[in-house]
Design a protein around this ligand. Structure first.
Ligand SMILES: C[S@@+](CC[C@H](N)C(=O)[O-])C[C@H]1O[C@@H](n2cnc3c(N)ncnc32)[C@H](O)[C@@H]1O
Length: 216
């Protein structure tokens, strides 16, 4: 498990220890320079929801693909750039980028207050949905539970976490077009038969958790 943040010191270790597995290493590093030998992992190198937060998506993808061994695969996803049409342009370039450019420079507490406020607003029927559609906040997917109060709590927590994550917590946050990702994949693997999930990955809405699989 590779991660840049200090969460590797406690949260990650705690989660891994309680998972029951013991054959893992936790390494604090930047994934664009993984301290791992080239061609040394014949299994899966998985990069879920991280590549867009590194300085260069392309450089990181090449670096991670290099450590995959023959028969192994590199699995990744990246934030899509969804700015076609006037409404999406306004949502992405004006609302999302505008809020992020201000909030990401604010102190931790200000970002947290914004995220918590959005956590509450997102719960208001119609108003909350409109706020998310306009890109003022991100709730994301919340598992369906029968208990009404539990569902409300989960929705609030998901909105606070995802809004904080999206608008304030990362130095880099790249969004890539379909063309850019296809170009990157073709640089990594020339044989299209060794690339799985292309159609599913670029379908909209992308199925939850869907990632590109590039075999070596
Ligand atoms: C949105 S979280 C995703 C966490 C987890 N993979 C998931 O899917 O829930 C992004 C993570 O990327 C890590 N990160 C950001 N830049 C990084 C880098 N250059 N190298 C390694 N990890 C990085 C952050 O510390 C954070 O844990």
């Amino acid at each position: 498990m590779l991660d840049l943040s200090h969460s590797v010191d406690d949260v990650v270790r705690y989660n891994l220890e309680s998972s029951g597995y013991s054959n893992y290493d936790v390494i604090q590093c930047s994934i664009d320079m993984p301290p791992i030998l080239y061609n040394s992992i014949p299994g899966i190198v998985m990069c879920h929801n991280v590549i867009q937060h590194t300085p260069s998506v392309e450089k990181t993808a090449h670096a991670l693909y290099k450590i995959v061994g023959t028969g192994g695969e590199f699995v990744f996803n990246c934030y899509p750039k969804n700015d076609q049409g006037i409404l999406r342009k306004i949502r992405f370039h004006i609302i999302y980028k505008g809020i992020r450019s201000i909030l990401s420079k604010m102190p931790f507490l200000v970002i947290l207050i914004y995220a918590r406020l959005m956590g509450v607003i997102r719960l208001i029927p119609f108003v909350g949905t409109v706020c998310e559609k306009l890109n003022f906040c991100v709730q994301g997917d919340v598992p369906n539970t029968k208990d009404f109060l539990d569902k409300i709590k989960r929705r609030y927590k998901a909105t606070v976490l995802n809004t904080f994550d999206c608008y304030g917590s990362h130095e880099f946050q790249h969004h890539k077009t379909e063309k850019e990702i296809k170009q990157l994949v073709s640089e990594l693997q020339k044989n299209p038969k060794k690339v799985l999930n292309m159609d599913k990955y670029f379908s909209r809405p992308t199925p939850i958790g869907c990632a590109l699989r590039i075999f070596k």
